[in-house]
Structures are given as C-alpha cells and as structure tokens.
Design a protein around this ligand. Structure first.
Ligand SMILES: *Cc1c(COP(=O)(O)O)cnc(C)c1O
Length: 454
C-alpha cells in the first residue's frame, strides 16, 4: 500500500487540484441536502471488496456528494455561525494530516505541541488572565465546556468533601448555548436557568437566584456559566459583576465564548468583555471566529494544574515518558480526549504567516458588516430591527411576515443557490438572523439579500 505508484500520483494531483480550486473560489456553489436514497441511487455502493478506485471515488465526491453539502464559508451564508477558514489554515490542515503526529503527549508531539502552544499563548493573552493561565485545543466548544465543567466539579469536590456524593448544580442564563445543558446531562449535573430581566445576566440576577436557593441546592452549587456572546443574539453577560459575585460566594466561573471569543481581539468591543480576566475557565472556538477549519475549539484555565488533576489519565502503557526531551506539555492532561489531532496547528500556521493584526482586522470587519446591515435595515421601510446589532449578529423582522413566510423565504434563497439565511426567534417572536464571520462578505451581498425581502 505504501509504494508510490501512478495511481497515488494521480490521486494526489486530483486532490491538490480540487483543493486549490476550492480555496481559490470565493463563491463556491451553494449546495443543499438530498435524501440518502437519492444519493445512493446516483453513486451506488462505494465500499466494495475490490474498491472502486481513487479516481472514481473522487469523481463521485467532487461531482455529486460535495454538492449535497453547504459550503459554510460562502459569503452569503449568514446562518448559524458561519466559518471562513484562511487558505493558509486549510493548506496546513493537509500538512497536519500528512505529518501523522500524535497530539496527546510531548514525547511524540513536541514540535507540533510547541506550535499549538504558541497560538494558545496569544489566545490566553487576549483574555487578560494571569500568568498561571493556559489552555489546550479541543474538538470544539462542546468538548471545551465539558472539560472545563468537569474540572470545576472535581475542584469543588476536593474543597467540599462532605458533599462528595451530591448531584451537583450549575447556574446559567437562558441565553446560554444548548451544549451547557447537554454537557450537564453527560456529567449528571442539574442546571438552573436564570431568566434575567435584562437581556444579559448580571451579578445581581445571580445574587437573587442564589438567595432563593434551598440550603441543599446552595450546598451543591459548583459553577456559574456566563456567556461571552450568545449564539442567537451576540449578547455578552455582565462579566465584571458576575465575577464579583462568584468571588464573594466562592463559585467557579466559566465563561463560554465559543462564538464571541474572536471578538476579544477586536479593540472596538473588547471593553464589553471586562471581567473575563477573572474567570476560572473560558471556552473559545477558533473554528468559529478565528478562521480555523473544522474542528477546533479551545479551553483555557486560570489554574491549569486543576485541569490536570481532573483529566490526567494513568495507564500502564502510558508510563514510559522519562527521557528529558519527553518532559513537557501533555495536551491529554487538560481535556477529555486522549489520542488527539494537533488541531491547533492550522491556526498556528495561519497566525504565524499573517500576524495577529490581520486577525484583528478580519474580526472587526465582521462587526462592521453587522453595523452596516443594521443601518440598512433601519432605513428599510419593510424591515424592523429587533435590537441593536451585537458583536456580529443582527436580528430583525420583515413587517407582516409569519413564521411560515420566513421559512419559505429561507428555502427559496437556498434553492436558488443564492444565500443561506435562516430565521430564529427572539423573545418568542420569529426574526431573521444574520451572523457575519466571513470578511469577504460585501455590502453588495447584504443589499442583494435585503432586496429579496422587499
Ligand atoms: C457554538 C457554541 C458552542 C458549541 O461549540 P461546538 O464547537 O459546536 O461544539 C458552545 N457555546 C457557544 C456559546 C457556542 O456559540
């Protein structure tokens, strides 16, 4: 299998040509899903005892299957949280695979982990956390949140041996991401959602909630999760007053910035995150607003040693790392996964190549595009802004439309291969939601999308 034969050369050329074409194309065809039976009818069974051949398999992917996917970096893809990985990061993702590096332990991954840590050092510096802080790249925000919350719970248990057997409780806002609830389920923890009167969670809301807890609940409260940019509306909780409260009550503060974390690099909005430097742990997704390919999340801890206590795995076959060069940072010790891809490498290469200023500019552009859209929407007689743009999210309504009108509009634009913009809801009402990430989205793209709402 490993001799270089002509098939391999040809397959490699096909792959490289496809990759270069794809990353050069700023408006890739906006594909859409098809039924599995339909895809099977077109491509047939692809896994056979003899294999169908690289050329054939690649052709099926290129001509049929990839067209049943949505390129999330399309400049008029403003749904969910889009992505816009840099070309440098994408190419280095190929290098990461080709280099076959095990990213769990310094012994095998030293040079690659060094690169990841260089990128991590910059991320940590954006948070303003103290010198003891550091972090590690994960598969995404969900895994980062779980890693952080497990660390919080283990620390809480070591501080509260009396309550070892208690089912633990965390507090968060109803704007928190769904992964908080689902990771609490994984941990068998309970979640109290706080319905704050403002649009964001504050220390005051938390204080009130804590005062209303029963003694049993107060005794099993191990963490507060604040959000640094809600996914639906881009709202940032009042981190400073939340940090005050958590310090006073001695509760772990986790700040989930999976979507909003990139904005820590944007001077125009950095002040909105004041207080984040007092968090115990933070989640940031480079695959959202830091232009990394999927998948790449990050978890950062104020005190990294607590993560090691929670996550370091011991096993007979893992005991040999005694030589000097093998002593170093072991990413496996700080999050839930053992064997891991060096998924911070594409970010490292792209940051090293472009410099951090380029990142700041590209993130500011997303914020600016949201401001520009909000202004256009405000001037449009059929449209109504629901709240001011926040980070790179804009929520607005088309006057007179029902939920069904919004859905039909989304489907039509998608079917036409024109744009993917999806409805959402805000305070119980249907709205249209723009989320900007891609700095190559233009004002003209926005105008054309708004034209379809007239
Ligand atoms: C996207 C998101 C997550 C989940 O991250 P994944 O990378 O999808 O696992 C968690 N929290 C927030 C605030 C998010 O925006």
């Amino acid at each position: 299998m490993h001799t270089i034969d002509m098939d391999l050369v040809e397959m490699t050329l096909d792959v490289m040509k496809y990759t270069i074409d794809r990353i050069s194309n700023v408006t890739p065809e906006l594909g859409s899903p098809r039924k599995e039976e339909e895809l099977l009818r077109i491509v047939g069974e692809t896994i056979t005892p003899e294999g169908i051949g690289g050329e054939n398999a690649f052709q099926l992917f290129r001509d049929v299957l990839v067209k049943a996917t949505v390129p999330i970096d399309h400049p008029r893809h403003l749904a969910f949280v889009p992505a816009a990985p840099t070309r440098a990061a994408i190419m280095f993702d190929l290098v990461t695979s080709a280099s076959s590096i095990h990213g769990a332990y310094w012994m095998e991954g030293a040079g690659g982990i060094f690169c990841e840590n260089q990128a991590m050092k910059w991320l940590v510096s954006l948070t303003g956390l103290p010198q003891t802080a550091f972090g590690v790249f994960t598969s995404g925000g969900t895994a980062a949140n779980l890693s952080a919350l497990v660390t919080a719970r283990e620390e809480w248990r070591s501080q509260n041996p009396k309550f070892q057997k208690e089912r633990v409780l965390l507090l968060t806002s109803n704007g928190a991401h769904s992964s908080i609830k689902s990771m609490a389920k994984v941990m068998d923890a309970d979640v109290h959602l706080i319905n704050s009167e403002e649009e964001f969670l504050s220390g005051k809301d938390l204080q009130k909630e804590i005062e209303n807890l029963s003694e049993t609940d107060r005794n099993r409260l191990f963490a507060v999760v604040a959000t640094g940019g809600t996914t639906n509306a881009g709202i940032i909780d009042e981190l400073d007053s939340i940090a005050d409260l958590c310090e006073k009550e001695r509760i772990w503060l986790h700040v989930d910035c999976a979507y909003g974390g990139g904005a820590l690099a944007a001077n125009s909005v950095r002040h909105l995150f004041n207080g984040i430097e007092r968090a115990d742990s933070i989640t940031i997704d480079p695959h959202k607003w830091l232009f990394s390919p999927y998948d790449c999340g990050a978890v950062i801890y104020k005190d990294l040693s607590l993560a090691e206590k929670a996550h370091s795995q011991k096993g007979a076959y893992l005991e040999i790392f005694k030589d000097e060069g093998a002593q170093g940072f072991n990413p496996a010790d700080y999050q839930i996964q053992l064997t891991r891809r060096l998924r911070g490498l594409p970010l490292w290469f792209s940051l090293a190549m472009h410099g951090t200023n380029k990142y700041r500019e590209a993130i500011e552009r997303g914020i600016e595009l949201a401001q520009i859209s909000a202004e256009k929407i405000g001037r449009h007689e059929d449209l109504e802004l629901v709240r001011p743009a926040s980070l790179s999210v804009v929520l607005f309504k088309r006057k007179g439309w029902t939920a069904e009108d919004y859905r039909n509009w989304t489907y039509k634009n998608h079917r036409d291969g024109f744009a993917l913009v999806t409805p959402s809801s805000y305070k119980g009402e249907s709205v249209i939601r723009f989320c900007f990430i891609n700095p190559d989205t233009t004002e003209d793209d926005i105008d054309k999308i708004l034209e379809t709402l007239s």
